[in-house]
Design a protein around this ligand. Structure first.
Ligand code: PLP
Length: 388
């Protein structure tokens, strides 16, 4: 039977990684043994205490019912304490926190809550591809703002302020920035809040990487007056090694939380309570936890630097987060060409920067979610097979 998909899917392809993982799977079935250095899914386990809470609570008979749409009070309190301890941000656990089934779903919820046909949302180029898809699926129009190494991968707010922003309702920002690993400067965050107020738009800050290879996690909500204009997404996927658990959160004013909940409560029916209680435990972990994962990521990053140097790529050692972003040498037309050569020549998959937007075309991104041995093997293969 032929049936036409909805017009809202026009221009929305299958997610790049979903497609690429299938291709890698096919190559593996042909006996290739591809080393995947692409996707940012932590390979390390969560803290054992987190697993213990999940196991013990899941064994209880009274935890299997539907849960509150607003999330468990235990998890909301844990989020509030976590924001206070690490970001010096006060959030009312009753009204200013909304647990999410991963922060990715929050991107869609926010777009569905605020965008009508004709409304515009500013999105970063390069940036996480979901911002643009979610804006389009919600019926809005994504308008990219270009980031560049020359401007420290931060938007030029003066230039942006001179463009027609009359239809813009949302601006997506993400610092530490993925894919470039750029940290935000304090003055930039302050300017951003002033910009949002001046132009009457909401800033949606996506903040899943603030603990990875970064000693000073920062929330956009820590800027005075930010709550009036900021919705901040955060996640346990990367900082607690819980990507598959699907736990994230939205932090914002009571008014914004209620608005988003109007949409979200029609989409899902809460999260399994043992997952929420285990997530609350993860948020209580101290500096030792973050130090322990960062020690491992730092060792891996050294290997990734070595691999990138071998490919004659140029990179900043100041970047943070779960990836290394690198400019390709002039001998390749773009990151796709380099990625293909390494995939088909050395059976190593590296993400081409172009999937994050036009401005990422001359770059590649390597994920730190693999063992030192895996990177050593990738280096060995590239040394023997890739000549440029
Ligand atoms: C910038 C950015 N935002 C959001 C997400 C989604 O994270 P979550 O697992 O919380 O849905 C990712 C995942 O890779 C990401 O890179």
């Amino acid at each position: 039977m032929q049936i036409k998909t909805s017009s809202r899917l026009e221009g929305i392809g299958e997610y790049y990684f979903s497609q690429k993982l299938r291709e890698i799977d096919t190559l593996n079935k042909e006996g290739k043994d591809i080393l995947n250095l692409g996707i940012g899914s932590p390979d390390l386990p969560p803290h054992p205490e987190v697993i213990r809470v999940l196991q013990e609570t899941a064994a209880q008979p009274n935890v299997h019912a539907y849960q509150s749409y607003k999330g468990s009070p235990v998890l909301r309190k844990a989020v509030s304490n976590w924001y206070k301890q690490w970001y010096a941000v006060e959030l009312d656990p009753e009204t200013e926190i909304l647990p999410l089934i991963g922060s990715k779903e929050g991107i869609m919820h926010i777009c569905m809550t605020y965008l009508d046909k004709g409304d515009e949302a500013l999105i970063p180029d390069p940036g996480y591809p979901t911002y643009s898809s979610a804006v389009k699926l919600a019926g809005g129009t994504p308008v990219t703002y270009t980031l560049s190494a020359e401007h420290n991968w931060q938007p030029d707010l003066v230039a942006l302020g001179k463009t027609d922003l009359s239809k813009v309702k949302l601006m997506w920002v993400n610092y530490p920035h993925m894919p470039t690993g750029q940290l935000p400067s304090v003055s930039f965050f302050e300017e951003l809040i002033a910009f949002a107020k001046k132009h009457n738009l909401l800033i949606c800050h996506d903040n899943p990487y603030s603990f990875i290879l970064n000693e000073e996690p920062v929330s956009l909500l820590s800027v005075p007056g930010a709550k009036e204009v900021v919705l901040e997404l955060n996640s346990l996927s990367k900082s607690s090694n819980m990507a598959g658990w699907r736990v994230g959160m939205l932090a914002a004013s009571k008014e914004r939380i209620e608005e988003v909940l109007r949409f979200k409560s029609n989409m899902d029916s809460g999260m399994f309570l043992p997952v929420q209680l285990a997530a609350a435990k993860a948020l209580e972990l101290g500096k030792d936890w973050y130090d322990s994962i960062n020690t491992i990521y730092a060792q891996r990053r050294e290997k990734v630097f070595e691999l990138l140097s071998l490919l004659n790529c140029d990179y900043s050692k100041q970047q943070v987060g779960m990836f290394v972003w690198a400019a390709i040498p002039d001998s390749y037309t773009d990151g796709f060409a380099l990625s293909d050569e390494v995939l088909y020549g050395a059976s190593v998959f590296i993400t081409p920067g172009g999937i994050f937007g036009e401005a990422g075309k001359k770059y590649i991104r390597v994920s730190l979610c693999g063992s030192v041995e895996k990177f050593e093997e990738a280096i060995r293969r590239i040394k023997t097979s890739v000549t440029k």
